[in-house]
Design a protein around this ligand. Sequence first.
Ligand code: AMP
Length: 451
Amino acid sequence: MTDVTFESLGVAEPILRALAAENYTKATPIQTRAIPALMAGKDLLGIAQTGTGKTAAFGIPLLQKLSIGHVPPQPKQAKALILAPTRELAVQIEESLRTYGRHLNLRMTVILGGVNQNTQIKNMAKGVDVLVATPGRLLDLVQQKMVRLDAVNTFIVDEADRMLDMGFIRDVRKLVAMLPRERQSMLFSATMPDDIVKLTHDMLRQPERIEVAPQSKTADRVEQKLYYVPMPQKRQLLSELLKDVSMNKVIVFTRTKHGANRVAEHLSRTGVVAEAIHGNKSQNARQRALDMFKTGKARVLVATDIAARGIDVDYITHVINFELPNEPESYVHRIGRTARAGTDGIAISFCDASERAYLRDIERIIRMKIEVVAHDLPELTAEQRQQQEEPRRPHGHNRGGRGKPSGHKPGGHGGGHREAADAHNPHAPKKRNGSRPHWHRAKDKKREGAA
Ligand code: AMP
């Protein structure tokens, strides 16, 4: 947080009032830099991840711009378009904009895949000031002539690198090509792979470039601990830890959808209110689980990486990595859930002997060793030992819950099974002959074995 007030940044009174009600007293670093540049009409390249306050950084100037000399939108048109990679993030962006703009009379709506399109078509009939959308469904509705993009004067792409990971970048490019050339554009991304750099050249004009807290820095604010614990004892350890009442808002990460279900079921059986959120659940079920967690009705949310991406829940006390992620970047994303906008949090990781290679990768990118804590669980029972030693079967019987690429190709529109995109690491370095280096090959083999 900085010492800069929103008033000194030139934010208008009705928005100031809404921010004050949210207890936003000072601007975050990205807000102090982005708000004046955007109010001056510049394009923006924001290299920042969720948790930095980037939604308000682009949202406040956007709302202010739309409210000045407001003319109601025409049927099916949107004046501002915001693209987000996941449905949860899109919903969240719209919620934030509604909050900041609650004293302005602006129309907003969300268009997402995975739910019936009729309500969305109805919401667009009269036109909106702000449209937040996932790319696939939006493209569909534009092609059906239910949405018009010819009046978009502000265009924002959020979490561009995730768009790329999830195979949406072509849809984004198609949408960019349909927009009026005269417009203000912004792109936010936590990392800048080549394809995103190319996209910024094509969609931004002399952008202001703002880079805040590189990914690995988030880790500094989170207290991190590690338990070496065999897979068959992880649930037991989780239950032990949850006896601590200070753990009142906890996200538990698993690598697979099945794993998430199993852990949530285990917790429910032991009397802990837990919800699972992953790509096999319908949009409504996911939203319901998220709402239960947000409102404190569920103490624990068990999530896969993709489902949790961009989820913004305040005051998460603990993040538990029930399984270590096979992409070290995901570790940083995960633990960042508990250190939002200046607060601190605790991240606890469970590491089985088979996950040591993942741990090494993680410690390499966060540039530190995670503190190891001993647990006092009893020795493994004979049955648990057998479970651990049993070779993993090739198909279907994924006892250890390891990530298995499910064969679903990333790149489909809107719907479902996105965890698959995560199971294969698109950032894994390639050697010149196209093969992956030995440490990734070893992991690949393990994943195949686990499938
Ligand atoms: P974001 O990076 O946009 O996902 O924001 C992360 C979290 O920070 C959200 O929970 C926001 O409500 C919160 N936030 C954003 N800006 C501020 C601010 N200036 N003061 C306090 N909280 C903020």
